[in-house]
Design a protein around this ligand. Structure first.
Ligand code: ATP
Length: 234
């Protein structure tokens, strides 16, 4: 589904990633771990067309999307749910969903909204409420709901558990697993290493812009590199 080979990228003259190889198969949950500043967000930005690839290639669904614009990438079904729940704070839940609907494929706005409300009943209850008045967990749900309005084949989630209470974090991870069951592939950046590895199929550990270790999530959970790369930096 997604195949990245030899990717280097950064911002302007600042080089961040070097020689990244990474794959996501159909319906797989792939986890990207790494300490602060490792380049995880930059990797997602490079895939979604926000950061420029300087070398290497990115194939999605067999098509070369290296250098494609963010709006082209999202229309192909590769959807980025960014860190910090970048929702429209001054719009209502409903308005946020309207703004996220790009009319990509078959489903109508009403059908997509109804899927989102089934997944997150609290968004239905609060549909006319201002986004800024919701809790952190509810805002995160709205961020995921917005991403789902674009009908992703592959959903990239950047630290969806950030700053949330443990109970809500478990709920969010449960939903990630449910989404995967519906056939959506997931690329998940997480600082919550243990839960991410329990939920994921495969994992990559990034540090200083390179993949240091990768393998099946259960193996990575046992890997000594995990503590080496996090000690003193996480
Ligand atoms: P975190 O968990 O802290 O978000 P991360 O692994 O996602 O870390 P990135 O945000 O990808 O790391 O940052 C990697 C490097 O790129 C850092 O050194 C950072 O300072 C730099 N960087 C990030 N965004 C920009 C930008 N817009 N312009 C220039 N440099 C940037």
């Amino acid at each position: 589904m997604l195949k990245i080979a030899g990717l280097s990228s950064g911002y302007g003259r600042v080089s961040v990633l070097e020689g990244i190889d990474l794959e996501v198969d159909n319906q797989e949950i792939v986890v990207i771990l790494g300490p602060n500043g490792a380049g995880k967000t930059t990797l997602l930005n490079s895939i979604s067309g926000v950061a420029r690839a300087t070398t290497g290639s990115i194939l999605f669904d067999g098509k070369d999307i290296t250098g494609a614009k963010p709006e082209q990438v999202v229309r192909m079904g590769l959807v980025h749910c960014p860190e910090g729940r970048r929702i429209f704070q001054r719009l209502t839940v409903e308005e946020n969903l309207v703004a996220a609907h790009i009319g990509r494929a078959g489903k109508s706005f009403e059908a997509l909204r109804s899927d989102v409300f089934d997944l997150f009943p609290v968004l239905k209850e609060r549909r006319n409420g201002m986004a800024s008045r919701m809790s952190g967990g509810q805002q995160q749900m709205l961020a995921i709901g917005r991403a789902l309005m674009a009908e992703p084949k592959l959903l990239m989630l950047d630290e969806p558990s950030l700053g949330l209470a443990p109970k809500i974090i478990h709920q969010i991870f449960r939903i990630i697993l449910d989404l995967s069951q519906t056939g959506i592939s997931i690329l998940l950046v997480e600082q919550n290493v243990q839960l991410a590895l329990e939920c994921g199929d495969y994992a990559y550990l990034l540090n200083t812009g390179r993949v240091r270790v990768h393998g099946p999530a259960q193996e990575i959970a046992q890997h000594s590199a995990l503590s080496d790369h996090y000690l003193g930096s996480a």
